[in-house]
Design a binder for this molecule. Structure first.
Ligand SMILES: N[C@@H](CCC(=O)N[C@@H](CS)C(=O)NCC(=O)O)C(=O)O
Length: 210
């Protein structure tokens, strides 16, 4: 498989964790979002939305949108499962994923922030915007996850592969996570887990050399 992504894109990071958890090999094809490569004609021909990630399957199909890609990976390689067996547990995991994927991340995406800047907001106002939406979303996630293990169980699953990249983004934007002890517990567990380590933005082929 081939994964079009960007080292610090949280949506790409989710997919990298899923691939690593399932032990699926892939080639990384970097798309530099800061250079605007997502809006180049070559990439737009692949993904008319101009966003990463995109996954090319071993059969040559190109899949878009991290939730759809993660679902594909779950169906392709059901074990280890990202979702629990029971319907309520599955709905709870999907709810955490949706809070992050639908209600937090889209509000601090590169193109959204650039739109705010173009509308005259200065960096302090943009940062206040980011802090508001991430803080509000993570406060809800903190209430919804369990008080031991990963988000919703002893093993990492769908909620964790959304949460960890979102926390990475929060830290990039200097958001204080002191008020979220459950989230910090999950972050500490992920920091020791091989799949989360290998998927981390600091270890990608396009990670800038310091
Ligand atoms: N809902 C999409 C979001 C994809 C997305 O917004 N990706 C960001 C990086 S995390 C992107 O490509 N941004 C480029 C831009 O906004 O120009 C998904 O989950 O795949």
């Amino acid at each position: 498989m081939e994964l079009y992504g960007y080292y610090r894109s949280t949506s790409s990071y989710r997919v990298r964790i899923a691939l690593a958890l399932k032990g699926l090999d892939y080639q990384a094809l970097p798309v530099n979002l800061l250079k605007g490569e997502q809006r180049g004609s070559d990439y737009l021909a692949l993904n008319p939305q101009g966003r990463v990630p995109a996954l090319r399957t071993d059969q040559g199909d190109l899949l878009l949108q991290s939730p759809a890609i993660i679902e594909y990976l779950e169906e392709l390689q059901p074990q280890p499962a990202l979702l629990p067996a029971d319907p309520v547990g599955r709905a709870r995991a999907r709810a955490v994923a949706a809070i992050i994927g639908c209600d937090i991340h889209p509000l601090h995406n590169v193109s959204v922030l650039n739109r705010l800047r173009a509308a005259g907001q200065d960096e302090a106002q943009v940062n206040a915007w980011i802090g508001h939406w991430i803080g509000q979303g993570l406060a809800a996630v903190e209430q919804l996850i369990g008080d031991q293990g990963f988000c919703l169980g002893a093993e990492p699953g769908l909620a964790d592969l959304y949460l960890i990249p979102q926390v990475y983004a929060a830290e990039r934007f200097n958001i204080d996570l002191g008020g979220y002890p459950r989230i910090r517990r999950v972050v500490a567990l992920a920091a020791e887990h091989p799949a989360f380590i290998v998927a981390h933005p600091s270890r990608q082929v396009d990670t800038p050399v310091q």
